[in-house]
Design a protein around this ligand. Structure first.
Ligand code: SAM
Length: 404
C-alpha cells in the first residue's frame, strides 16, 4: 500500500486559463485581462473596476514564479521575467490562473520543479468574485488572512482606506516581501506576521474578514473578532475535497456565524490545516466485493467530491497505477484505516481491501448514495453554522444538519 494521500484537485480552472490564452494569442496584457473580466461580469461593481485600474498587479508579482501547469517532465513550469518578459506578463494577466510565488514553504531552488504550492498571487477571476461577495463599503474595517504578495491587500485598501485594513501573513519571508511591495506602491495597512487562525488579537473588531487560504474549521477567534452582522468569507474544504467558498454572517449577539457556500474556490490550505497522514494501519487486511463501479463515486467531478467530503471530512483519496492496475486509495486522517478499491475488475469478490477498523469505501459509497438520493445537491445548497458548541454542516436550512 502507498503511504501518501491527496484528494482530487478541482479541474475547471486550468482549462479556462488555457482557453483564455489561446483566444487572446501572444498579446496578453492589462487591457486584454480587463476586457475579459468585464465580459465575465466580474468588474460590475464600479469600485472593483477602479481598484483593478489603480493597483498595478505587475508591481506585486515577483520576477521568478511558477505556473500551475506541468511541463513535459511533469514539473511546474517556471518563468523568469528577466529571461522571458512576455511569458511573465502572460502569466500575470491571465485572469483565470494564479501565479505561484512559493513552493514547499520556500524550501528548494528556483527553476522547473515538483513541489506543493505554498503561496501565490491568486487568479483575478476568483479574487474579483470573492470581493464581490464581501459587500465592502468605504467605512468597513477589514481583516485579511494571508496577505502574501500584498496585491489583494492593496485592492482592499483601495476600497476602505489603508487605515481600515489589518492583514496577517504567517510566512516571515513572504510577509517582508509583501510589506515592501505595499509600501513601494503607497499603501500602509496594519500588517501582522503570525497565524491568521488567531485573527489579529488586540485590534478593533472587523466588519469583514476575508481569508485567502482554505480552512477546514472556521476558527472561533474570527467570530470573536468580527462585529455583530459582520461577514466572514473563506475558502473551505475537507480532507476529501478543498473546493468551497463559504460566506458566513455573524449574528447580532456576535457569538454565532452562519451561512451558505456561495460558489467554488480552489485555494491552498492555511498551513496548519493541510491534510497530513502518517499511515500506521495493521498488517492484516480483509477483502470484499464492491457494490458499485468505483468510478461512479470518484469520477463525478469536484462538486460531487465536495458534497461527499462534507459527509466524510477526515477521509482523503488518491489514485494509483495505470490501466488494469489503476486503483483508488482512501485513508483516514488518524492514519489508522485505509481501503483500496481496484477499477479494472471492480466486480470481483476481492476488489476492495481494507486495513484497520473502518471500511472507508463503505463510508464513501454511503455518502455518494446520500448525494444521489437527494438529487445531487449543488454546493450552494450546503451551509455551515459555527458557535460556541462547535460546527454543523447543513443542507438548505440550518436545522437539516448533515455533518459536523
Ligand atoms: C493563495 S496565497 C494568497 C496570497 C495573497 N492574498 C496574494 O494574492 O498574493 C495564501 C497565503 O496564505 C498564507 N497563509 C497560510 N497559512 C496562513 C496562516 N495560518 N496565517 C496567515 N497566513 C497564512 C500563505 O503563506 C500564503 O501567502
Amino acid at each position: 500500500m502507498d503511504t501518501s494521500a491527496r484528494s482530487g484537485e478541482p479541474g475547471r480552472w486550468p482549462s479556462l486559463a488555457s482557453a483564455f490564452l489561446s483566444a487572446a494569442g501572444q498579446e496578453v496584457n492589462r487591457a486584454v485581462c480587463r476586457e475579459a473580466l468585464v465580459t465575465a461580469g466580474l468588474l460590475r461593481e464600479p469600485w472593483l473596476a477602479r481598484a483593478f485600474d489603480n493597483v498595478d498587479r505587475e508591481a506585486f508579482v515577483p520576477s521568478a514564479v511558477w505556473l500551475p501547469v506541468r511541463d513535459a517532465d511533469g514539473l511546474w513550469q517556471f518563468v523568469d521575467r528577466n529571461e522571458d518578459p512576455a511569458a511573465w506578463r502572460r502569466a500575470v494577466w491571465n485572469p483565470y490562473q494564479s501565479v505561484v510565488t512559493q513552493l514547499d514553504d520556500g524550501n528548494g531552488t528556483p527553476g522547473p520543479r515538483a513541489g506543493d504550492f505554498t503561496s501565490s498571487v491568486s487568479a483575478l477571476d476568483i479574487v474579483m468574485r470573492k470581493l464581490g461577495h464581501l459587500d465592502l463599503t468605504p467605512g468597513s474595517r477589514v481583516l485579511e488572512i494571508g496577505y502574501g504578495s500584498g496585491y489583494h491587500t492593496a485592492l482592499l485598501c483601495e476600497r476602505v482606506g489603508a487605515d481600515r485594513v489589518v492583514a496577517v501573513e504567517v510566512d516571515e519571508q513572504l510577509a517582508r516581501a509583501g510589506a515592501a511591495r505595499l509600501k513601494a506602491a503607497g499603501y500602509d495597512p496594519d500588517l501582522v506576521v503570525g497565524d491568521g487562525l488567531k485573527g489579529a488579537p488586540g485590534r478593533e473588531p472587523s466588519d469583514r474578514i476575508i481569508s485567502t487560504a482554505a480552512v477546514r474549521r472556521v476558527p472561533y477567534a474570527w467570530i470573536e473578532q468580527a462585529e455583530p452582522d459582520g461577514v466572514i468569507l473563506t475558502p473551505f474544504g475537507t480532507a476529501y475535497s478543498n473546493a468551497g467558498l463559504l460566506r458566513l454572517r455573524v449574528d447580532r449577539t456576535g457569538t454565532r456565524a452562519q451561512g451558505a457556500f456561495v460558489g467554488e474556490a480552489a485555494y491552498m490550505w492555511i498551513r496548519s490545516e493541510r491534510p497530513a497522514v502518517v499511515l500506521r494501519v495493521p498488517e492484516e487486511s480483509r477483502r470484499r466485493r464492491s457494490p458499485i463501479d468505483p468510478a461512479q463515486a470518484t469520477a463525478g467531478g469536484y462538486l460531487q467530491d465536495f458534497a461527499i467530503g462534507l459527509q466524510v471530512p477526515d477521509v482523503s483519496f488518491s489514485h494509483r497505477g495505470d490501466g488494469d492496475e489503476r486503483r483508488v486509495q482512501f485513508v483516514d486522517e488518524a492514519g489508522t484505516s485505509a481501503t483500496v478499491v481496484r477499477y479494472g475488475d471492480w466486480w470481483e469478490d476481492d476488489a476492495v481491501t481494507s486495513w484497520g477498523p473502518r471500511d472507508l469505501w463503505a463510508e464513501v459509497t454511503a455518502a455518494y448514495a446520500w448525494y444521489e438520493v437527494r438529487g445531487r445537491p449543488h454546493i450552494t445548497r450546503f451551509g455551515v453554522t459555527v458557535d460556541g458548541a462547535g460546527r454543523r454542516v447543513w443542507l438548505d436550512e440550518p436545522r437539516r444538519v448533515v455533518g459536523a
